[in-house]
Design a binder for this molecule. Structure first.
Ligand code: DC
Length: 225
């Protein structure tokens, strides 16, 4: 059977993870959260006291990191770090180490290995541009900044976080600016990606819109549901 890659890129809080997970479920594909992989390396760096400015050591950590993705969980060197990678410190660290070309090389190699083995829905910042430029389906998922902050705030509060909307907006803005202006593989829409603005749409509407694109491109109209 043909291996299919559905690539979903976009800024923080656009709804990529929720949508990608649901799509993978519907399609029977593996869901790969590439941001979680950068986060795992950033967490390891924090624990090892490695400065994110030390490019050489950061690259070594990225190469050595044993990252395993299971549905909804991530393990780093055998330890379940699913919750530990969601702190503000790790979010910020992930965005900082993601500018390092050696770190990106190591992550991209791991991501390609996963997507060459089985059909995947892979989400991140550079999936359609760098990791799988030949992906069958490419979506650039966006939402207006205010909406992205509100969605992220809801997630953070649901996990017991107490950050103010203002502070969260500042953090997300700093991260998005760094992610889209770095020299190596910045967040950008692939020329052949479909742009989708999810502002004002609910999850089911976004999911249906993407499934329609997948069906059109991959299955010649065959229904996956
Ligand atoms: O998707 P996320 O917010 O969990 O990602 C965390 C950071 O990792 C994000 O700020 C940028 C970086 N990242 C990246 O550079 N390339 C990817 N494919 C995925 C994430």
């Amino acid at each position: 059977m043909k291996i299919v890659v559905v690539a979903i890129d976009g800024p923080a809080g656009a709804g990529k993870s929720t949508i990608a997970r649901r799509l993978a479920d519907r399609l029977g594909f593996l869901y790969i959260d590439t941001g979680a992989m950068y986060r795992a390396v950033a967490l390891w760096a924090v624990r090892q006291n490695v400065e994110t400015t030390d490019h050489h050591r950061m690259e070594q950590l990225a190469i050595a990191a044993g990252i395993e993705l299971e549905p909804g969980r991530i393990r780093l060197n055998g330890e379940d770090v699913t919750e530990a990678i969601r702190t503000a410190e790790v979010s910020n660290g992930a965005s900082r180490i993601a500018v390092i070309p050696g770190v990106r090389r190591a992550m991209v190699a791991k991501q390609r290995e996963l997507g060459e083995r089985t059909s995947v829905v892979m989400e991140g910042r550079d999936i359609g541009t760098v990791v799988f430029p030949g992906a069958e389906v490419k979506i650039f998922l966006d939402a207006q900044p205010g909406e992205r902050v509100r969605r992220r705030l809801r997630d953070v509060r649901a996990q017991g976080g107490t950050i103010s909307e203002e502070d969260l907006a500042a953090q997300m803005n700093e991260r998005d600016t760094r992610d889209s202006t770095r020299a190596d593989a910045p967040l950008s829409q692939a020329p052949d990606a479909v742009y989708l603005d999810s502002t004002g749409l609910d999850i089911v509407q976004v999911e249906e819109a993407i499934l329609k694109i997948v069906r059109g491109r991959v299955t010649n109209g065959k229904d996956f549901s």
